[in-house]
Design a binder for this molecule. Structure first.
Ligand code: F42
Length: 143
């Protein structure tokens, strides 16, 4: 089993600890909106990484938005998911084994992006803040 390395960002690491430590009954929101925890492998270290993201559901699937508050660069979890699409997603008390694939088809990306903005309107502001096109992933359950 690989080692879990917490985020160097304290507020993020604290949210993961509260969320996971409570089995999903605490720490599962950000500004009163639901959050999921994405667990995956680091593409350089091979370590277990855990990233809280806003919950954007699309049926049984989840939409993951690599916004990082509109920062100029993609978050590094983007690289991790591109290298290995296998993720575990915790949504409250439920944990699902999934594959997260970047939406590259422009129509599909737009549909998913619009759903994400409905769920969490600040994503639109984040896109205005940055020149990069914010990547969008669709995570689907493994059969
Ligand atoms: N971020 C988003 O992008 N979208 C969201 O919807 C979102 C919501 C959200 C809600 C609650 C909350 O607490 C945080 C939220 N965040 C959201 C922030 C998110 O959790 C991440 O902190 C943020 O996106 C930055 O991700 P990051 O992967 O760039 O994290 C940095 C701080 C980090 O952990 N860096 C590590 C480090 O040591 O500097 C490296 C982590 C890593 O995965 N390393 C890889 C490895 O091999 O282990 C290598 C990766 C590489 O290519 O270098």
């Amino acid at each position: 089993m690989n080692e879990y390395i917490p985020s160097p960002s304290k507020w993020v690491a604290d949210q993961v600890e509260l969320y996971e430590g409570s089995g999903g009954t605490k720490g599962s929101t950000y500004i009163d909106l639901p959050v999921i925890i994405v667990t995956n492998k680091g593409c350089k270290t091979g370590a277990i990484r855990k990233t809280p993201l806003m919950k954007v559901a699309d049926g049984d699937n989840y939409i993951l938005i690599a916004s990082m508050g509109g920062a100029p660069e993609n978050p590094v979890w983007y690289n991790n998911l591109k290298a290995d699409s296998n993720v575990e997603i915790r949504d409250g008390t439920q944990v699902y084994s999934m594959k997260a694939i970047e939406a590259v088809d422009p129509d599909e990306r737009k549909r998913l992006w619009n759903r994400a903005v409905e769920a969490y309107p600040p994503y639109q502001e984040y896109q205005k803040k940055t020149d990069r096109i914010i990547p969008v992933f669709l995570a689907k359950p493994n059969d």
